[in-house]
Design a protein. Sequence first.
Lengths: 198, 67
Amino acid sequence: MPLAARALPSPAAAAEEQRLVARAQKGDREAFNELAGRYSDRLRRTLYRITRDCDAAHDAVQEALVRAWQGIGRFEGRSQFYTWLTRIGINEAYRGMRRPSEESLDLDDQVGQRIPSWGGQPDAVFESREFLAAVERALSELPLDYRTAVTLRDIEGLSAAESADVLGIGERALKSRLHRGRMALRGKLNHYFSEGYL
Amino acid sequence: MKSLNPVSRHRERCRETREKMSEYLDGELEPGAVAAAERHVSRCPNCRRLLANLSRTIGGLRRLGEQ
């Protein structure tokens, strides 16, 4: 039962974005501002989920936009503009934060233990605001490198390759962080899956 | 190689299947690995529940992204 992939931007939207990038690369500030306007709120939300600090996220977005404007001539278009901007934003957000490698999480793979089912709860429970708020809370408790991988892949909808590219790590390492992060989240949400023990 | 008793063999398959659950849900496993995972999950209620819970967790994350 693989989950459905996120929809990609339409070809027309992608072409329009390429035109804006090309204009910005020629020094057109208005075109760059148009790109920034499209993505700054989304980037701020992403960076808030990673930093858990509104001011830090805001500052990282501002700094990322400055650096993106200064460096847009070096943007080669191999990824989407937002992916490139996110990479810059995450680098800015990581400044002053503890390095991800300093954190770790011991995960119990629960082999041989009882795993709760969702106890026959209706699907609506998992669509509820309460459940989504619990997911958001659980995400905030993950170690930074897992939180970042899960945010990029599952919330932002980037592909594994794009997420790895943003973080400057290999796809294998990204998938490992992603899986461990998802499993840790699932463990933190166990009380939602609390009935029907084997 | 040391042979495993049935319980240890089952737990080893649980371990292997759980390591691949994310890739399975993302549709990134090779067909042979998909078949092996589905075979194990069909026989193991614990792994079946874990897979369902993981799928719902990922579903919640994706809905956060849609808000």
